[in-house]
Write a protein that binds this ligand. Sequence first.
Ligand code: ADP
Ligand code: MG
Length: 637
Amino acid sequence: MTESNKESAQPSFATLGLAPDVLQAIVEIGYESPSPIQAEAIPHLLEGRDILGQAQTGTGKTAAFALPLLSRIDLNLKKPQVLVLAPTRELAIQVSEAFQHYANKLKGFHVVPIYGGQDYRQQLRALDRGVHVVVGTPGRVMDHMRRGSLKLNTLRCLVLDEADEMLRMGFIDDVEWVLEQIPREHQTALFSATMPNQIRKISETYLNNPALVSIKVKTTTAETVRQRYWMVSGMHKLDALTRILEVEETDGIIIFSRTKTMTVELAEKLSARGFAADALNGDIPQKMREQIVNKLKGGQLDVLVATDVAARGLDVPRISHVINYDVPYDTESYVHRIGRTGRAGREGDAILFIAPREKRMLHSIEKATRQRITQMDLPTREQINTHRVNRFKQQITDALGKEEHLDFYRQIIESYRMEQDIPSLEIAAALASMSQGDSLLPMKRESRKEKTRSEKPRKERTSRDSRSSKEGRNSDRKEHRKGGKSAQSETHKKNSSNKPRDMVPEGYERYRIAIGNTHNIQAEQIVATIADTAGLFHDDVGAVSMQSSHSTVDLPAGMPRDVFRALRKSWVSGQKLEIEHIKSETSESRPPRSKKHHTDEPQSKKRNKRKGPAKGGKAGNTPPKKRAKARKPKQDK
Ligand code: ADP
Ligand code: MG
């Protein structure tokens, strides 16, 4: 094995030995020179050698295998000669499209993507027509092999694309199964962004004296991506986000959040604030996911709120901004995330929201990427106000430039002016008000008072609960105990769904925490810590009822174990939270799973154990209506 990591002396595509038709296609697509992984891998693959290729995401691995394999395809043999396994449907489609693209000079060439969640019949028809290349997710490929609809006796090359991701998603058993079934005599190419041990083991078992091509890029992130972070402080992340989106020059935007639920909620909240936003997560049926990505590509959508897994490998050139709304789990994920922007040498922006206690992650990222991430300030009120006004002025200028209806309107305004004897400026101001409503009015200073008003329900609860005198506290407590309807519980409508406060609201469960009034900690601080640790909106944290040495808090039902563990370990102002679930008659010792805080993780892990052909994930089969309902245990906002 030879390890090479040359980066200089890049050969041109013409010297690599690709088939003329393939070369012609690349020239037309406009690739100037091969990327390092392409330059290294293509000659080996053309020779028919096995290869173990490692290079960061966004470095052109697809073409690194597609171009040489296409160069060797036998167009007369209308049978699968190349099989590519990819971790997700999106990637399977993307790779399949890339093949199609690079093969546009190859007459009669056929490639088909096969993946779970899509109708079998469509895939069977495509396979029946005769294809040269099959790109599929491991489970669905396995199903077709079992059914006999995918015969691989003519296979010449197997590609494992994004192998580390397949491992991470629990597909490795399926991959090994496929590897066991295919003809002994074949070429194998394994591409991966990272080389965990298990991948190495697979390559030792299944690859035959592979050429090892490892491209160690100086920095793992594109240099064309400007990276900034905002230290989460003093403002809700959603408000910070909207401020940023308002003044940044953006095109397409991907926002990463940790949980599927959060992607939906955040997308809804952004839509409500006037952004063309949608969510992308593993629960959304495949068809819809494709449509969503296409909308982003086509500009009908500007903001995609996604989980790591759902957005992995997305290649949408117009993405100008990646926003890490929640900090990524590790530096790898960060690199993958921001690799969605700055594609193919364009410029891009990455913004990371990071809480003070997550600072260590910031340093790890800087170390891993060997790039500085600079601190950014939120746009000030003045900047936003100026920006809004300027934008409006620009709209006026644009409208004046478009002559179309101006004549007609001029007549109306003129007659109005004459009839009413009102100066043009006054009329213009009225029209501006009609067209802009209050959206241009200067943002006001967020005084404490104002904040309190806007968050009334919680603030009331907070101040009363945490600052009441001993006497007050006791009576408060009694009132809760009784569960009686009082004037106070009326004011908590929002948080208690119109039920007495002692009832846990629907979709919520009650927890006990080891912080009480004696600790002199504000309920607000507790809410903030819980929300940040659990990946919840502050609004989703239910009522905190403080007692002397402990408190109770209502949290969305179905807290995943890892979140619970993280919460158990967290501290608020030097006091351990020591959260415990309070069992009610209806709930088990462990909270039942439901819709809030789900991550992509458990589902993909589950796949590991899945037997039989029911592939595609239950996500794909969930009717959207039902999902939409399930998403919102709380309807009261
Ligand atoms: P990876 O699989 O390594 O993450 P991709 O294969 O998805 O990367 O390629 C990333 C982007 O780079 C794609 O948009 C692709 O069209 C583009 N690309 C690939 N090779 C070249 C090249 N030689 N020159 C310019 N752009 C390229
Ligand atoms: Mg790839």
